[in-house]
Every structure is written in C-alpha cells, then in structure tokens.
Design a binder for this molecule. Structure first.
Ligand SMILES: [Zn+2]
Length: 259
C-alpha cells in the first residue's frame, strides 16, 4: 500500500494554512499549547471496536475526538451518545465517507450537512430523553406547579435549540481529500477543518503492528493531532497499538485531550 505520508510535511501544512494540522501552529492554539496530544478516531462508531477504544481511553483518563460517519452513527445512536457522555468530542466525517476530489461541490456539501443533521437528531434524542436538565416534567415538579412558571418555558426552549445548533463544528475530510472550494464553503458555514500531523497507518494491511506503533511513537509531540481508525480494517492493529501509545504518552508526562 503506502500511498500516504506518516508525517505531514510542513510545506503541505503551509499550503493549506486555514486547515488545522497541529495545535501549536494553528489559529486554535491560544489556550491549547502545553503537553497535550490530540488523538482522533475516524470512520466509526461501530460496535466491534468503538466500545473497546472508549474503555482504553478511560483507563488512561484520556480525551479524544471521534470523526463519525453519518450512516454509522445512524445505525449506532447509543454508541454515538456514549462517546459524548464519556466526555469526548465528535466531528463530522461526511454521511458515507465521500472523497471530495471525486464528488461535486454541491453533492459533497449536501453529504456533510446530511451527516450533521443525523448527528443533531441522535444527540437531541439524548437531550430530551436522558438529560434531566432539559426535561419539562422535572421542572414542573420542582416548581410544584403543573404548568411550570411561565418565564421558565422560553428558557428551556432556547437551551434546547442552542444545543441543537452546536453539537460540533469539527470536520475531517475522508482520505484528507477535499477541494479548495469545498473547504471554503465549509469554513464559511463555521466548520473547522481538522487535518493531522501524524497518520498511524492502522488501516494499512501491508505494515506490521510494530511499524504502526513506531509511526506514532517516533513522530508524536506536544500539539500533535494523531489519526487512528475505529474501523474493522484497522481493528487488529489498533488493539495492539493504542494501549502502547497511551502508555508512551503517560510515560512522557503528556496528556490526551479532545479537540
Ligand atoms: Zn475516514
């Protein structure tokens, strides 16, 4: 295989300065510099591997960011909500893993928005069913008044709608491929395009598990954005590599945070 670069060269990063490659060099860096690593997991969520990833992260008190595919989270709404409940970030990875270079701009943007719609729908279901803060029933009980206080009602509504619009503004293009026009439109819509500086290669059947580990351990540094995949293709390598990577990060005194 090997049609990809493990370490994203600086000149590529400079060619697309509006995309986020690492945190120290990005416009988002202000309060993010330090000993922080940003682990990211693309292509899930799927029941075969995502719950295991969440358990591993929990063991190391590590935060991470999951770039989810719309049709996967549609099939696994509980798993998608679990990612958020456990304190991680989610991001948009299109509805069905589109390649921006092979898709018209209109179709591509529609596909991203369709994924966003699905993310919001699944997340809202949690807000109204699970999250007691947004339950009008609880509010009424607290007030001892069947109708609730009138002034409380608009407040609850606005809290719900805020949450609807702000589930995530993070986007990662599948294969790292999108055109300048697609990128520009998404940024105008408020998306942050999150790329990476370290690609684990966990999806690559032609490299060994140890090679995959070294791809990360030899290149990761504070501020790095590292790409893994919670996918069937990457599962075997990920089960070998992720615990070791989390161990190395802990040993160096670095921490993992969500974006
Ligand atoms: Zn992907």
């Amino acid at each position: 295989m090997k049609g990809y670069l493990v370490k994203t060269p600086k000149f590529v990063q400079r060619m697309f300065p509006k995309r986020v490659w690492t945190f120290p060099n990005s416009s988002l860096s202000a309060n993010k510099i330090g000993n922080t690593i940003y682990l990211t997991f693309d292509d899930g969520p799927i029941p075969e591997i995502t719950p295991w990833v969440l358990e591993e992260l929990k063991k190391h008190h590590a935060g991470a960011t999951f770039f989810c595919i719309g049709e996967n989270l549609e099939k696994q709404p509980d798993l998608f909500r679990r990612i958020i409940v456990e304190g991680h970030s989610v991001g948009n990875h299109t509805f069905n893993h589109r390649n921006g270079w092979k898709t018209s701009t209109e179709e591509y943007i529609d596909n991203v928005l369709k994924a966003e719609e699905e993310m919001n729908k699944v997340h809202e279901a949690r807000s109204t069913i699970v999250h007691p803060k947004y339950s009008p029933v609880r509010n009424n009980m607290k007030d001892g008044n069947e109708g609730g206080k009138r002034e409380d009602i608009p407040k609850i509504k606005s809290e719900i709608s805020d949450q609807r619009s702000s589930i995530s503004n993070l986007f990662r293009p599948p294969y790292g491929k999108l055109t300048s026009r697609q990128s520009h439109i998404l940024q105008q819509k408020g998306y942050k395009i999150i790329m990476w500086d370290v690609l684990s290669g966990d999806f690559d059947a032609s490299i060994s598990e140890d090679n995959c580990f070294r791809n990360v351990s030899e290149n990761v540094k504070p501020g790095s954005i590292v790409v893994f995949h919670d996918s069937l293709k990457a599962e075997k390598k990920l089960r070998y590599v992720l615990p070791k990577v989390l161990e190395v990060i802990s040993e160096k005194g670095w921490s993992c945070e969500k974006i």
